[in-house]
Design a protein around this ligand. Structure first.
Ligand code: NAD
Length: 326
């Protein structure tokens, strides 16, 4: 790390946060990185050798004093910490609200007390919910279908309000299904790509909720990291939410076929009941994103999936080498 910018990443021990932290460690304009994470769903092991390059604060974004300490001298805060799951929020809406909505408010309050860092916040395509327009533009009305989606709508709305009321520089980004290396399988709320890779590598059938014709704008984590790094170095701001996806559309059945190619053998599908709160189709209109980040580009899905499969294979091999078996 050579440059002068200090960046705080909340949720930096999670999937997107650990990828972003590694990206920022390599970035010539970034001088210091501080991660705040309570490791409730994340894990410092995801940071690997980069852990030695950063200041790691283990604790909650609900702890104002911890946030104040982390934000001293910060030029930017990338706020990713959250309980990031629709079904988890359906099972326990209050927990999702505390971490995602109240937690965002705590991060914004700390940013206000600090010397006005740019706050980049993670919202979600789930805010569109029942909105029938395709592709989804930020001007379409948000119609959330789950408590999780409501907490993400609160997140982006709080960022906009802190810009309007306190002049804070903000950038609320709506992530669409992000996938890539370091996304964890093996827990009840795992996302579709790691869950399916894990099932296939274990010789199990992969569970498909509904008929599999649902579509998603699958976004490689590298695309997300590249955009956020540019937002930090060029101080890109927007009081209004910005879709962070390039407008691709892949059905779950097509995803299964592509994963079969990446794995070298077709997946065995097991169709199960649709999930409450899931949205049927999701595809971004990237016009606003490309207006702010002309160089934002999609990683080809087959390439991103191949690297993701390779990471899962390496994890399994490492577990076996360590004597853990699988
Ligand atoms: P993740 O679970 O891997 O990462 C979240 C991190 O936040 C974890 O490391 C967890 O330990 C930490 N965390 C949770 N509660 C915390 C607390 N109270 N204090 C401090 N840290 C806490 O999830 P992810 O997929 O990397 O998601 C990152 C962000 O992106 C989330 O805000 C999520 O809502 C959003 N998002 C993700 C996707 C996606 O496809 N992965 C899509 C839309 C939005």
């Amino acid at each position: 790390m050579r440059g002068g910018l200090k960046v705080v990443v909340t949720g930096g021990a999670g999937f997107i946060g650990s990828n972003l932290t590694s990206w920022l460690v390599q970035h010539p304009a970034i001088g210091r990185i501080t991660v705040v994470d309570d490791c409730s769903t994340g894990n410092t092991a995801l940071l690997g050798a980069d852990l030695a390059e950063i200041d790691f604060h283990r604790g909650s974004i609900l702890d104002a004093r911890l946030l104040d300490a982390a934000m001293v001298g910060a030029d930017a805060v990338v706020h990713l910490a959250a309980l990031p799951s629709v079904p988890r929020s359906v099972a326990d809406p209050l927990a999702s609200h505390h971490t995602n909505a109240t937690g965002t408010l705590q991060v914004l309050e700390a940013a206000r007390r600090a010397d006005g860092p740019l706050v980049v916040g993670a919202s979600s395509s789930s805010v569109y919910g029942a909105q029938p327009n395709m592709p989804k533009a930020e001007t379409d009305r948000a119609m959330p279908l789950s408590p999780y989606a409501v907490t993400k709508l609160a997140t982006e709305a709080y960022l906009g309000a802190y810009h309007a009321c306190y002049g804070l520089d903000v950038l609320p980004l709506r992530f669409f299904n992000v996938y890539g290396p370091r996304q964890q399988a093996g827990h009840a709320y795992a996302a579709v790509v790691p869950k399916w890779i894990d099932a296939a590598l274990s010789g199990r059938a992969v569970p498909v909720h509904g008929d599999g014709t649902q579509t998603r704008d699958l976004t490689c984590v590298d695309t997300v990291c590249r955009v956020i790094a540019a937002a930090i170095t060029d101080r890109v701001t927007s009081p209004w939410p910005v879709n962070l996806a390039l407008g691709t559309r892949t059905s779950l059945l097509d995803l299964a076929a592509l994963l079969g190619d990446a794995l070298g053998s077709p997946l065995r599908l097991k169709h199960i009941a649709p999930r409450p709160g899931d949205v049927p189709h999701s595809q971004a209109d990237p016009t606003r994103l490309l207006g702010l980040f002309a160089s934002a580009a999609a990683v080809p899905l087959d390439e991103g999936l191949a690297r993701t499969v390779a990471w899962h294979r390496e994890q399994r091999a490492a577990t076996v080498r360590a004597g853990g078996g699988r």
